[in-house]
Design a protein around this ligand. Structure first.
Ligand code: 5CA
Ligand code: ZN
Length: 367
């Protein structure tokens, strides 16, 4: 599984948290089913948005990235997200990107525009089959999400940047491709192909990455390997605040670290995120957090009793819900239902512990 990681500034907002908790559920249900999971994630630790933000704050871009990655990792630990096996920064992956672009050059998939190297997206016969957008839509979305369809001299407005030549006052690296830095999509395809082989079971991220990022990354990988890059593309819904997408540019962010500082139990944050299905676009609300806290209190109260009703059926309900496209609301309901079963003479001492362990391992909620 390859899940796109953060660009390290303004982490960890509740949109990020929701997306990584969703893929953590997938990781957990796979492990529970006996699969060996290999999980890789990147950090986009050099890119325009990071450099722009660092400049605005008058901070060194590397210091900003380092601080934000540390904060993100603390937040993920607090939320009990199982870390990836390989967590790879774009900067450390530059040699992988150079190798990948060199291989693409050998396939005639690259052209030079004033030192910048572009990928011919239509060399991938399956271009467009992941996002299902038509050309008009692609052009519109590309312009909004880091692309440059209007740049003069491109063979096709949709072609994407593989390598950006050195710009004044911007970081760059001396490589066989010239002095410059990696484009965005090739960062992820190069890392994924290197650490996971020629294809992955799941390529994941938020739905804002479907196009252009995942379409173009998959196209690059397809031209490199001749194989389908991901068996499945999985996209989490967007989390917003007050009806607007939560984003760094809109500035309507709720941070996991701030909630933790305010004394909110990270397990309540996690439960609030699990209360909705991962694919739904939704808002982060105070009411949602309050009801998650209430649910956590209920669970803790019931699970701290010396005995309880039989656990086995409930545990299978949790598994069945998660196996059904990560139906976390269904899984939470199974636990709620167990908590509200009447207590009787036949209650066994072992049962609350079994439920606790199932909640811990399957849902990542420590009781
Ligand atoms: N570094 C790139 C991916 S290679 C990136 O998109 N970084 S990010 O910091 O902007 O987002 C990190 C992850 O959180 C991505 O998977 C993204 O899709 C997801 N994400 C960003 N904003 C939201 C949101 N409001 N709701 C849900 N997920 C989000
Ligand atoms: Zn990515």
């Amino acid at each position: 599984m390859y899940v796109c990681g953060i660009t390290p500034y303004d982490a960890t907002h509740m949109g990020h948290a929701a997306t990584y908790v969703a893929f953590d559920l997938l990781n957990r249900i796979w492990r529970d089913s006996g699969h060996e999971v290999r999980y890789v994630q990147n950090i986009t630790d050099v890119d325009d948005p990071l450099l722009i933000r660092a400049k605005e704050r008058g901070e060194d871009w590397q210091d900003l990235a380092e601080r934000q990655v540390a904060l993100f990792r603390e937040d993920m630990t607090a939320l009990r997200v199982i870390p990836p096996d390989h967590y790879i920064g774009a900067v450390e992956a530059i040699p992988l990107v150079v190798d990948a672009v060199t291989a693409l050059l050998g396939r005639d998939a690259v052209y030079d525009l004033s030192g910048d190297l572009y990928f011919r997206v239509h060399l991938d016969p399956e271009f467009g089959t992941r996002s299902h957008l038509d050309r008009e839509e692609m052009l519109a979305v590309f312009a909004h999400r880091g692309g440059d369809p209007a740049r003069v001299g491109k063979e096709d407005p949709l072609d994407c940047l593989l390598w950006q030549s050195e710009r004044p006052d911007e970081p760059s690296w001396h490589t066989s491709l010239g002095s410059g830095r990696p484009g965005w999509h090739i960062e992820c395809s190069a890392i994924a192909l290197h650490y996971l082989g020629r294809s992955v079971d799941v390529q994941g991220g938020g739905s804002d990455l479907l196009f252009p990022h995942h379409e173009m990354g998959a196209a690059e990988a397809r031209v490199l390997t001749g194989e389908r890059f991901a068996r499945t593309f999985v996209h989490a819904g967007m989390v917003g605040l007050d009806g607007e997408k939560m984003s760094k540019s809109r500035g309507n962010l709720v941070f996991a670290s701030k909630l933790r500082q305010d004394g909110v139990d990270p397990m309540a944050i996690r439960l609030a995120l699990l209360a909705d299905h991962y694919r739904t676009n939704r808002d982060w609300t105070n009411e949602g957090l309050t009801s998650a806290q209430h649910r956590l209190d209920q669970w803790r109260e019931q699970l701290s009793r010396p005995a309880g009703p039989a656990a086995a059926e409930t545990i299978w309900k949790i598994r069945a819900a998660l196996a059904n496209d990560l139906d976390s609301p269904g899984a939470l309901k199974a636990v709620d239902d167990w908590c509200s079963l009447p207590r009787t003479q036949t209650d066994q001492a072992s049962e609350p512990g079994l439920i606790s362990r199932a909640i811990d391992s399957l849902l990542g909620v420590a009781i």
